[in-house]
Design a binder for this molecule. Structure first.
Ligand code: TV7
Ligand code: ZN
Length: 408
């Protein structure tokens, strides 16, 4: 790979600002989580202090301040009336505006103070990260406040108000203009979603089973998620691909797992992920690193660990090892200290200098929240993995057919 740089010389950018952490911490589903994450990343010294940036450059990620997205940037995907509504709600008044329900602003997605600022900044954060990749300023860009994979064109859904993943993918797939000696490049973007929940918003945005669709789509989406009757979100696109169905799109892939999915299951399906990447040959990889599948999450559905073979850390290490320009996004995760542990560890993995999972949480303001272990690890729990060898063999067979359909 021409794009590949040695692990030691990876340029890693990390999107953060006080304003971003502040407004992101107002998100009703994840109050204070953003502050906890950025605070732990800093406590482990992963962000170079601005005073001796040059000295610390090689062993720290480069902080990037997000620019709030403007209306035009948000309109690259969202409907104008939806944007006008959500950006103009005066949220100091909790009145449930007249059109709240129409735009999904109820139940899972209530409007909240500073919602408009939140929307502009979170979208702007993922776009800032994507731009750093596109312009070659970073090999890996990290935006833990992003990953809002349920938001739709004209509707908030599943704790997600703005489709930052879609906006980032649309930016990354823009043609790279020709220069003397090099033709126009139409980059290929692989979106890989590791959240417990299916990435319905992102998958839907790029799905097409139309015979008229381009033979060479630039975007492939791949969601690994929990699936069970009634489990959010319900979508036709969330089931195992059926290559003989007219609705089958080889560039919109889903791998549903059963309860208790553990490192063993994730290690078992890794070759599928690897194979899809190998046949698609992406220039950019966007990873939604939702941490709600980890053991200890209140969803208590999967039993994924942060460390070990097949763990979330192992996945991200391997993905970063592909040598593609990579965007790491956040997502779900409702045990906030564990999410801070996970994303701090993933930040160090992206750098190519993984922290020890046995490391003690440094003494800092939010230290007491890391009781009782006070270490970085998110170990597996005791739930039984219900993904049988029989099921996983079936998944393997299905994907063997699927990859045959990804042809250029
Ligand atoms: C990251 N699960 C987002 C995942 C979105 C999941 C849901 C809740 C929930 C909402 C609450 C609440 C909750 C204890 C949990 C069908 C419903 C059932 C609302 C009460 N407690 C991500 C979204 C999911 C809201 N939604 O992928 C207010 O759990 O199952 C549903 C939908 C209708 C609405 N009701 C729940 O991880 C981007 N919601 C307490 C108060
Ligand atoms: Zn989730």
């Amino acid at each position: 790979y021409a794009l590949h740089r040695g692990v030691s010389s990876r340029q890693v950018c990390y999107v953060v600002s006080n304003e971003l952490a502040k407004v992101s911490s107002l998100l009703p589903s994840n109050r204070n989580r953003s502050l906890l994450v950025h605070t732990l990343v800093k406590a482990f010294g992963l962000l170079s202090p601005p005073t001796n940036a040059a000295k610390g450059d090689e062993c720290a990620v480069k902080p990037l301040r997000p620019a709030p997205a403007d209306f035009k940037e948000l309109s690259a995907y969202h409907d104008k009336d939806y944007l006008q509504y959500i950006l103009s709600r005066d949220v100091s008044i909790y009145d449930g505006g007249p059109n709240n329900a129409e735009y999904g602003l109820e139940e899972d997605c209530p409007d909240f103070p500073h919602m408009a600022e939140y929307i502009r900044l979170v979208a702007g954060a993922s776009l800032t990260a994507a731009r750093a990749l596109r312009h070659g300023h970073a090999d890996i860009a990290i935006c833990w406040d992003g990953g809002r994979h349920h938001a739709q064109k004209a509707r908030a859904s599943g704790f997600c108000y703005i489709a930052d993943c879609v906006l980032a993918i649309l930016l990354l797939k823009k043609p790279i203009p020709a220069t003397p000696g090099t033709p126009v490049i139409k980059p290929r973007v692989m979106y890989l979603d590791l959240d417990l929940h299916f990435s319905d918003g992102v998958s839907q945005a790029f799905y097409s089973a139309s015979p008229a669709r381009s033979a060479t789509p630039q975007v492939l989406t791949f969601s690994i998620h929990h699936s069970a009757p009634g489990f959010f979100p319900s979508s036709e696109l969330s089931s195992l691909p059926n290559t003989s169905s007219p609705a089958f799109d080889p560039f919109t892939l889903s791998l549903p797992l059963e309860r208790g999915a553990s490192n063993a299951t994730f290690a078992r399906i890794w070759p599928i992920v690897q194979r899809v990447k190998d046949v698609f040959e992406p220039d950019f990889v966007v990873v939604q690193c939702g941490a709600d599948g980890l053991a200890g999450d209140p969803y208590a559905t999967w039993n994924w660990a942060l460390g070990g073979e097949g763990g979330l850390g192992w996945y991200v290490d391997r993905i970063c090892g592909w040598g593609c320009k990579t965007l790491l996004l956040g997502g779900g995760g409702y045990n906030s200290p564990n999410v801070a542990r996970a994303w701090t560890y993933l930040t160090s993995v992206a750098l190519g200098r993984p922290l020890s999972l046995e490391a003690d949480i440094p003494d800092h303001g939010t230290f007491p929240l890391y009781a009782p272990s006070f270490t970085l690890d998110v170990p597996p729990g005791h739930t039984q993995d219900q993904n049988t060898e029989e099921y996983l063999q079936h998944v393997e067979n299905v994907f063997a057919q699927v990859v045959e359909s990804i042809v250029y």
